[in-house]
Design a protein around this ligand. Structure first.
Ligand code: HEC
Ligand code: HEC
Ligand code: HEC
Ligand code: HEC
Ligand code: HEC
Ligand code: HEC
Length: 451
């Protein structure tokens, strides 16, 4: 009988172990998650073992091992650290004349995962066919494509449970035959389950199991729920390396020159290729990518940069590519001509550019740009609501990312704290005037934001 009890104990304890472990892993650094985050936010400027816009990041944890907190602060908000005069930050800023984005939405565990991915990174030979465009490195990384140690350990634990369960019944079988020989009463199945029950009645074990299961489950649920439609920081790679920092920042092009819908309609709209062509008929090469990215605009517009004429719409793609190949051949910034031409071809001749949408409310929620831009309400600090109030410092972003949570709480809080443009005067007392908040005007009514 004691052998049976022992095996039941092993079974329940291994169950407990699995639960604890799967809860703990919520906090442990996760290389696969780190990889997904790195690809989403950092690959625009960094490679692990090669310089890109920013430095190679291999060995960066070792570089700052005397002050690991520094990396967290730097990755979240390098600008603030530089401004505060932190000597390490000033030294890091001197690495490269261009600056790094801020990532204030990243939580410490996110950064831990990213750093774990960088530390874990091993060189693999590049795949035979270079993939270009947005097919492979778009937004949705599959974290399960790269199962970390966690899944192997979980598998091992599952095996342990099966073995333990097997032992329980083997032991039960043994003690049954012993009982039969000693002509005792036979051990029934219900008696075996009874043993389980006794063990489970142990308050400590039971409370532990329930607490851990609840805690783990709740955290998982919260994680999953938060990921459903709220993606601050979402920063997919776009089909053309369009830089807001260059256009809206350095060249100070007005947001609404391109996003013409913002003050008159629900949507701000992403500009069509002909808007790009207004300038790029003349601007043929850029400071970073030379001709290779601007060539994609021409491909989409059906424009022959070699002859400066539009192609006939029925020109065969081979002829089109020939013209691009001739025009790009002398571009010093295009290192890999064949790869660059493939990427141009992928855009599609005479096809609109397939920008990946970044901000996206669920279908049941209604947001209207004109209601916010044209009327010119004031935020909680009394400043007129600008694009940046909701979208952050777009003019500093090399690659656009979602700056605000776009959650219901975010909309509602702002409606409580900001001011509309209306002023009401009390007819009894003309000196008393009142500027309502959007909330006072019905900005908290469910029907205003939900269909
Ligand atoms: C817009 C381009 C850009 C993006 C995006 C970017 N970085 Fe950087 N990063 C830089 C540049 C440029 C530097 C060099 C410092 C400078 O010039 O300010 C740098 C420096 C760093 C450093 C310091 C390196 C050292 O040796 O001291 C770390 C760490 C770092 N980046 C991590 C990250 C991580 C993690 C991400 C993604 C969450 C990221 N960066 C995204 C451009 C970028
Ligand atoms: C020269 C044209 C141009 C100018 C000027 C410009 N944008 Fe854009 N914007 C684009 C293009 C193209 C995209 C789509 C590609 C991308 O996301 O980078 C875009 C994307 C965006 C997005 C993300 C859209 C989405 O998919 O959710 C926002 C937000 C945005 N711009 C805001 C701004 C703001 C704010 C300014 C002014 C500070 C501005 N833009 C200036 C062309 C422009
Ligand atoms: C109002 C004028 C204007 C418009 C509109 C415009 N651009 Fe540009 N763009 C420029 C200028 C100017 C440069 C070159 C900047 C330089 O040399 O410093 C440039 C450079 C570029 C580059 C090269 C970047 C590099 O570093 O190599 C790309 C790619 C680009 N633009 C894409 C676009 C796309 C896509 C659109 C349309 C959505 C667009 N631009 C609309 C003015 C414009
Ligand atoms: C009050 C907050 C707020 C302000 C101010 C704001 N936006 Fe938006 N923007 C949003 C939200 C929310 C979405 C997502 C809308 C959706 O999915 O229906 C969005 C989406 C976008 C998009 C992509 C989808 C679309 O509408 O075409 C672009 C581009 C954009 N905004 C540009 C701008 C520009 C440019 C300005 C300034 C002229 C601006 N926004 C001002 C909140 C704001
Ligand atoms: C930066 C602050 C701010 C944020 C964030 C914001 N709003 Fe608003 N919203 C305002 C202001 C201010 C007004 C009133 C404008 C006016 O009429 O003067 C307003 C008005 C509205 C109205 C019209 C209300 C009416 O009474 O007619 C709707 C609908 C609305 N917002 C929806 C949204 C939704 C949906 C979101 C989130 C996705 C959002 N807003 C986020 C500031 C904000
Ligand atoms: C100012 C705009 C606004 C108002 C007012 C508002 N909502 Fe929402 N609500 C939103 C937005 C935006 C979302 C989508 C957030 C997201 O992506 O999860 C949302 C999401 C929801 C959801 C889905 C839950 C979820 O997390 O996806 C429910 C349910 C909901 N709202 C109910 C209500 C009810 C009930 C009211 C009235 C008491 C209300 N809302 C008032 C903007 C608003």
């Amino acid at each position: 009988m004691s052998f049976l009890k022992l095996n039941i104990k092993v079974f329940v304890l291994s169950l407990l172990y699995v639960l604890t472990f799967s809860t703990l892993q919520l906090y442990a650094a996760d290389v696969a998650k780190g990889e997904a985050l790195f690809k989403q936010h950092c690959t625009a400027c960094h490679k692990v073992n090669q310089k890109l816009v920013g430095p190679a990041l291999k060995g960066v944890t070792a570089k700052y091992k005397d002050d690991p907190k520094f990396l967290y602060g730097w990755i979240k908000n390098n600008q603030a650290m530089i401004k505060s005069g932190n000597p390490k930050a000033i030294a890091a800023a001197a690495i490269d004349p261009s600056a790094m984005n801020t990532f204030t939405f990243l939580q410490d565990p996110d950064i831990e995962n990213i750093l774990a991915y960088i530390d874990d990174y091993k060189d693999t030979p590049p795949p035979a066919t270079a993939v270009s465009g947005n097919s492979s490195d778009g937004g949705n990384q599959d974290v399960f494509a790269n199962p970390s140690i966690y899944y192997s350990v979980l598998g091992l634990a599952a095996l342990l449970i099966v073995v333990a369960l097997f032992l329980v019944f083997a032991a039960a079988g043994l003690s049954a035959s012993v009982r039969a020989r000693e002509q005792q009463e036979e051990l029934s199945t219900s008696a075996i389950w009874g043993e389980f029950g006794k063990f489970l009645k142990n308050k400590f074990i039971l409370t532990s199991i329930i607490t851990i299961a609840l805690l783990g489950g709740t955290l998982k649920l919260i994680q999953a729920a938060r990921a459903v439609s709220i993606h601050p920081g979402y920063m997919p790679a776009q089909p053309i390396k369009f830089s807001h920092k260059l256009h809206a920042g350095k060249h100070e092009i007005n947001c609404q020159y391109c996003h013409t819908g913002a003050s008159k309609s629900k949507n701000a709209w992403v500009p069509a290729t002909n808007v790009c062509m207004n300038c790029h008929k003349g601007v043929e090469a850029g400071p970073v990518y030379g001709k290779s990215e601007i060539a994609k605009i021409y491909m989409s517009a059906g424009f022959n940069p070699d002859t400066k004429q539009y192609f006939e719409p029925n020109t065969p793609v081979d002829k089109v590519m020939e013209a691009f190949s001739k025009w790009m051949a002398d571009d010093a910034k295009t290192k890999n001509l064949a790869g660059a031409l493939d990427a141009v071809k992928e855009i599609g001749f005479n096809k609109p550019i397939e920008w990946i949408r970044i901000h996206n409310l669920p279908d049941h929620a209604y947001f209207n740009h004109a209601q916010h831009i044209a009327v010119g309400g004031k935020d909680k600090d009394g400043n007129t609501i600008e694009c940046q109030t909701c979208h952050g410092p777009i003019q500093e972003m090399e690659v656009v990312y979602q700056y605000s949570p776009l959650s219901m709480g975010w909309c509602v809080n702002c409606h409580r704290q900001s001011k509309t443009t209306y002023t009401f005067t009390d007819p009894e007392n003309p000196k008393k005037s009142f500027t309502p908040s959007p909330a006072d005007m019905g900005g908290l009514d469910c029907a205003k934001c939900h269909y």
